[in-house]
Design a protein. Structure first.
Length: 362
């Protein structure tokens, strides 16, 4: 069986380095907000090309804390892609704000800049582009609109570690970016972890307080804060793994290239290949109108697949108030998308097998 993702195998090449890193933390006797978090924040900011990185507990908190830090009036509107992962939408409502869904570009699955302007109202305060599946949104037109209407831009970069847009990295493409280091991400911790990157000094200072009870100085609370700190153990693991991110992403690209050139099936729509080198292929997502049959066939052949995601946020029970919305492109994507196994542990033989089984499907 080729699993969709085997986290043990994914971390095997780094086990020794991870053991050294965690032993260093154990021996230090310092477990929260210390040298390891400082070091990772410095390295990751440098990697992304931003002035600041603020480590937090997870990706959802990263997005939520930025929206809270911006301190918009309650009920302000935030533009999000209709086909976002639920976390992007949750961050908006947890911050007391209102998501306004915009349909994605059906070719790239990303927020469609040509549809944003019609969704802007006098209450709109920010745009939240999601770099879904490891490909950056088309940020020039998004930033231009944001500038024209005085909106903030918050990147959801949780699937885009190392992805590029023109000459810049994800995380440096808006006013701030939220990151997740959930174990399955391109840069994954051994538990929950997240971060925010930004060039904004004032915002960074506020976020450092907000992640730690709203306190910049012990027992002095300037804001109603959260407890959402990246811990020393996860920071040490992430520092150990960061230097291999580019190598891992290169392997993902090689595999994506093979799928893109060798998968040939009239019932499958492959993802766009025009930015192969810029994308980091967090997921390799194809579309198929006979999705259930396709997945069942691959499973019989010993190939596990996944669906990202089966239900769009506006159709989740958590949000009954959005259930009447009609987002036909989003809804069709959610009916058709299938993620094939693609990660650095996949061998050339695995890829050959997956391609040959897919091409033989009738
Ligand atoms: C994983 C993910 C998140 C949330 O990250 P957590 O660390 O699980 O909270 C947010 N947005 C996107 C697009 C994600 O893939």
């Amino acid at each position: 069986m080729i699993p969709f993702l085997d986290l043990k195998r994914l971390n095997e090449p780094y086990e020794e380095l991870i053991a050294l890193a965690t032993q260093r933390v154990i021996s230090s006797g310092w477990y929260i907000l210390g040298r390891e978090v400082d070091a990772f924040e410095t390295q990751f900011a440098q990697y992304c090309g931003t002035r600041h990185c603020i480590g937090v507990g997870n990706g959802l908190d990263a997005l939520t804390l930025v929206l809270k830090a911006w301190d918009f009036p309650a009920g302000s509107e935030i533009i999000v892609p209709g086909n976002a992962y639920i976390a992007s939408v949750l961050s908006v409502t947890l911050a007391g704000l209102t998501p306004v869904f915009v349909e994605p570009d059906p070719e790239t699955y990303l927020l469609d800049p040509t549809r944003i302007e019609a969704a802007i109202t006098s209450r709109t305060k920010a745009i939240l582009p999601v770099h879904l599946y490891g490909r950056c949104c088309d940020m020039n037109p998004i930033n231009e609109l944001a500038h024209r209407y005085s909106l903030r831009v918050l990147e959801d970069a949780a699937q885009a570690h190392g992805a590029c847009y023109q000459s810049k990295r994800a995380g440096a493409l808006g006013h701030a970016a939220g990151w997740s280091f959930y174990p399955s991400k391109n840069l994954g911790a051994l538990g929950d972890a997240g971060a925010i990157t930004t060039d904004d000094d004032e915002l960074a200072g506020r976020l450092r307080a907000l992640r730690n009870y709203g306190s910049a100085q012990k027992y002095v609370n300037d804001y109603i804060g959260h407890n959402s700190r990246l811990d020393e153990m996860q920071a040490a693991v992430l520092s150990a793994k960061l230097s291999f991110l580019d190598t891992d992403n290169r392997r993902r690209r090689e595999l994506a290239q093979r799928y893109l050139t060798d998968i040939m099936h009239p019932d499958l729509v492959l993802p766009p290949a025009d930015q192969l080198i810029q994308d980091v292929w967090h997921l390799f997502v194809v579309r198929c109108s006979r999705r259930d049959a396709f997945r069942a066939y691959l499973y019989e052949q010993g190939i596990s697949t996944d669906v990202h995601y089966p239900t769009p946020p506006h159709r989740q029970q958590a949000y009954p108030s959005f259930s009447q919305l009609s987002l036909p492109i989003t809804e069709q994507l959610h009916r058709e998308v299938v993620s094939l196994p693609l990660n650095p542990t996949l061998t050339d033989a695995d890829a050959d097998y997956i391609i040959s089984r897919i091409n033989a499907w009738t």
